[in-house]
Structure formats: C-alpha cells, structure tokens
Design a protein around this ligand. Sequence first.
Ligand code: EPZ
Length: 447
Amino acid sequence: MPGPLRVQWKVYVLEKYVIKGGIELHGEVEISGAKNAAVAIIPAALLVDGVCRIENIPQISDTDMLLTILSELGAKVSFINLSTIEIDCTKVHFQDAPYELMRKIRASYYLIGSMLGRFGSARTTMPGGCNFGVRPIDMHIKGMTAMGAEVNVKNGFVNAAAADGRLHGARIYLDKVSVGATMNIMMAATLAQGRTIIENAAREPHIVDLANFLNSMGADVRGAGTDTIKINGVDKLHGGSYTIIPDQIEAGTYMVAAAATGGEVLVKNVIPKHLECISAKLRETGTIVQEYEDAVLVKGASTLRRVNIKTLPYPGFPTDMQPQMGTLLCLASGTSVITEGIYDNRFKYVNELRKMGAEIQVDGRIAIIEGGTGLTGAPVQACDLRAGAAMVIAGMCASGTTVIEDIHYIERGYENFVGKLKNLGADITIVNFPDEPDGNDKILTLF
Ligand code: EPZ
C-alpha cells in the first residue's frame, strides 16, 4: 500500500457479510503473521535507533492503524511489499500525536513502554479495543512505576516520565498473568539502566516473538516463554530484520471452521506446538487433527462429541478461541460447558447465536451449551473480533442465509478472511446494503 499512510477509512456500516450455509470447507489455507505479535513489534520499533525490516506482517486494520500512528509520530514507514515493511524511527517527534487513532485500539498501550524506554517520557491515550468487560492497565502502570516512571492517567490520557530521564531496572511481580503488561514492561526495560525481572509473566508465543525481535535489534531479553523474564538494559538498539511468527488464533479459527462444517482442510504455515491445546480439544470432539512440520490437517467428524473448556493463559486453552468453540459446541451432541477464565464478559456472541436457534445459558463466566439443535440463518452482529469469527463459522454451518453486520471488527484481525474462506468453498460475500430508508448513509469513520 504505497503512498500516504494516513487513511480515512470510511467503512459503510452497511457493509455486511452474506453467507449461505450447509457447505463443507475443503482445501488448503495459508496462515498469515500473528496479529498479537505484530501489534507489539510495530510499536517496539520506536525503541530502535535505526531501520527495522519486519516481514510477515498481517494485512489487517490493526497493523495499518499502528503503522499510521508511527508515521504520524515522524517514523519513516516504507512498504517493501504488502507484508514486509521497513520502519525508521531515528527521527520521531511527539507534537500532534494522533490521539484519536490511539484511542481506537488496545495495542496503543505499547506506545507507553516503547516511548518511555527510548525517550524517558510518553503521552498516549487510554487504549481502546474489544469490549468484553473491564480491561484495566493497572499492571502496566505498576511495572513502569517500579522502573522509576511517574505515571498519571487524566482526561483519558496516560502521561509518564522517568524521574531521572531514564528508567532503571526493577523486580516486578504481575498479580495477574497479563500478555500486554508483560510485553509492555519488557519493551520499556530493554533500554533501562540495569536489570529488570518480570515474575508471573505471560508465556504466549507472541511474547517469545517480541523478545526475539528485540534481541535481534541488540536487546538482552532472556526467559521469554517462561513465567520469569530477565532483561538486562542496554544503551541503544540497532536496526535489523525480523520475521513474525504465524498467527495461532487465525490458524485455530480455520481449524474450528473445518471441524464445524464437517470438511477437510490443510492449515499451512503454522507452528503445531502453538496449536497443541486447540488440537487436543478438537480431538476430544471426535475431529481428526494430523500434525505435520508446518501444517495441520483437520477432518470433520460425522458427529461431534460434547466437551468442557476452561480458557487459561498459554499453554492453556486460549480465550481468543472461546467464541469459535462456542459455535462448534452448538453442533455437538450433548451438553458442553465453557468457563471463561480470563475476561468478565466474553459471551456477548451468545445472544447472536440464540438468534440462530442455539440453546445456551450464561451465568457470569460460565456458558452451558445444549448442542445438537442445529443452527438456522439469521441477521446477526459481530460483537467483537473473535465473536465475529464465531458468527461466520455459525453462518457457514447454518441452514439458510446469515447476514453479519459490523464486520469491521473482523477485518481488524483476519487478513483476507472472505478470500481465504471462498478458496475453501464457502459461499460468503461482502455486500453493501442499500442506503438507510431515510437516505443518509451511516458512515463509520474507523480512522
Ligand atoms: C491481549 O490482550 C490480546 N490483545 C487479547 O487478544 C487476548 O485476549 C489477551 O491478550 C489474552 O490473551 C492484544 O494482544 C492486542 P491481558 P491484553 O493483559 O493484553 C486483566 C484478540 O482477540 N488485566 O493478558 O489486554 C485483563 O482485564 C484480543 O486478539 C488487568 O487486570 O490481555 C484480563 O482480565 C482480544 N490489569 C486479564 O488481565 C492489567 O493491567 C488478561 O489480560 C492488564 C490486564
């Protein structure tokens, strides 16, 4: 996408997916770069006094948004091709920071760690992101404060400054396992004076990916992927190249879609180790999952067995796969129970599934799914990114036609979702519905 990065994305809220159900998915799908690694690695480029070449960046609106934010902060962003960019942050400034963009995505909180680490001060907005309950950043702030920053949150802005102009090392215990806080503190600590130890750290694959990116730029981060990460601060990070890992959740989404439609799909360009929990749970339902070096083959079962799921930090079952599994279990015979172990309220998609005939009871963080009733097409909403993916799977399995609105959520995290699904045989199209009866287009300015 050459040319000016500042895009005024006016997505007509009338853009919807129209899906005709009852078709098995068959064929091969190539997984793109990991969204939750890319949305940390792009802001981390601010730490680097040089040019970072980053490959396998997923083409999704969240990464576009972050690249736009960096370019508005004065970074030079060049597209080598659609998934490879070079970011030069040698000349960044903070005047006129694009706060209205920062407010729209969760990952803008990574700008706190990268700005503080490099410049000793930071001003961002409180993050946006999918709304499933309270999503505070108190642990991010706890970590930065421990490293000598004064942090205050006022009028929706986060202001931080290192008392001595540079952060110092600290020992930080995270009360809760937090992906964002782990990565944010890791970033800030790479250029702090001295050693930082993060205890009770999150262990997701994208955390290891960020650590590997930082180390390839001259940082000294050890232990990523375990619950204790040690970072020895260095004075400067130099430029370099890095390739982002494949997306564990995108891969899991196609695996569940294959299982739910009863098809057979080879999911390529994956790291099977990252998918172990998803593969194991799908096998429990009777789905066949065969692992190869960098692919998994998923074959749907004639009848799906009920299972229970509890979402946990990695290597437990990922919360970002919970809605997709909720859809699958509507098709299984028997009663399944899902316990959401990470968020207060990640069952908003249940109301949309009920519109399609699902029988699900929700009580706080527990959903009880009476499977086997089958699903019928209906007009539904994408409540958030993964809920939207769950509704697409439901539409592909339902009898009749399903229309999904608010698809901008889905476009945030899945590269070429419609194209990849069409390639597997799905009957899915993006349609611009006629203007509202009162004649005015409802336009949603994404950014
Ligand atoms: C990241 O969110 C991901 N987002 C989420 O993916 C994912 O669901 C989540 O990690 C868990 O894996 C990005 O990486 C951009 P957390 P994050 O900090 O960092 C609480 C998707 O679909 N908490 O691990 O915000 C928090 O409320 C998205 O791709 C605090 O209390 O998640 C939650 O209950 C959705 N205080 C729990 O910890 C804090 O300071 C885990 O949150 C931070 C978090």
